[in-house]
Design a protein around this ligand. Structure first.
Ligand SMILES: [Zn+2]
Length: 280
């Protein structure tokens, strides 16, 4: 690899020779391998493999919990609500228009190819924004908190499980498919991966059972406390707050690991099937 100017470099590609590329970001010293790829939008990339240096912990002893959702991409136990960027309203309108045009275009025609390309470029733009968001957010969290608690969601399983198999068809397939799309789009998996890269040994995965039904103030678990998508109002103590932030506080406390239900004076109202799998 060699540099030609501030914005242009050249890389030796076997069987192709020297290939010029746009030098879009700093290449750390000592990289040994690279990958050349073409994305959905038809753009070629050369990526040099480098493990990012871990971000030093602040040493404040502070723990943060993150509740990852669809409406709010990530709610922090500090009360912050983070939104992964999406396409703008105007871009979405354009995307829908292109999709309609694609449906009308004749198979195999040049026009169809052009429309597909335009759609892919829009989608790639959204993906780029989310990647960028995941990078910035993970660095920020790794810098600000010593311990970062996230839900232990098997994203791979979750995104595959909606439809189920022929033997055991999935339940609520449509709702889950919608949720899964949102999860993929919001870039959860990427965020957690980057957190683990940047804060090695400081990311804790917490079992997610009951985090959304448990009151972060008194510990009561009741499905009815989840008043709506956004509002949590405890049926026992009256504590009210943003539902995702309440869940994030539970995740920070690692409460989900020991979820047991009511505390004796209150009726146990757990109806989540995970209850059976919880250790006593
Ligand atoms: Zn309560």
């Amino acid at each position: 690899m060699r540099r030609l100017s501030r914005h242009v470099g050249q890389v030796w590609v076997p069987k192709a020779g020297w290939v010029r590329f746009r030098w879009s970001r700093a290449v750390p010293a000592g990289v040994k391998s690279y990958r050349v790829t073409m994305d959905r939008a038809g753009r070629w990339h050369v990526a040099f493999a480098a493990v990012p240096d871990p971000v030093p912990a602040p040493g404040t002893g502070e723990t943060v919990g993150i509740d990852r959702g669809v409406v709010v991409s990530a709610a922090l136990s500090t009360g912050e609500l983070l939104h992964a960027p999406a396409l703008t309203g105007r871009e979405r309108i354009r995307l829908r228009r292109l999709q309609r045009r694609l449906a009308r275009a004749k198979r195999g025609s040049n026009r169809r190819g052009r429309v597909r390309q335009a759609i892919a470029r829009l989608r790639a733009r959204e993906t780029d924004r989310r990647k960028d968001w995941a990078e910035k957010t993970s660095t920020d969290l790794a810098r600000r908190f010593d311990v970062i608690c996230v839900e232990d969601l098997k994203i791979g399983n979750m995104t595959r499980s909606a439809r189920g198999t022929r033997e055991s068809p999935g339940r609520n397939v449509r709702q889950k498919a919608g949720l899964n799309r949102g999860i993929l789009r919001s870039g959860w998996g990427l965020l957690v991966r980057r957190l683990e890269d940047k804060a090695p040994g400081r990311v804790e995965k917490v079992r997610p059972a009951f985090t959304s039904q448990r009151c972060s103030a008194c510990g009561q678990v009741d499905r009815d406390s989840r008043e709506s998508q956004a509002v949590f109002r405890c049926t026992a103590c009256g504590f009210a707050g943003h539902a995702d932030v309440n869940a994030a506080i539970n995740i920070a406390a690692g409460h989900a690991v020991t979820a047991r239900g009511g505390d004796g004076s209150t009726r146990p109202v757990n109806r989540e099937p995970q209850l059976l799998l919880q250790p006593a």
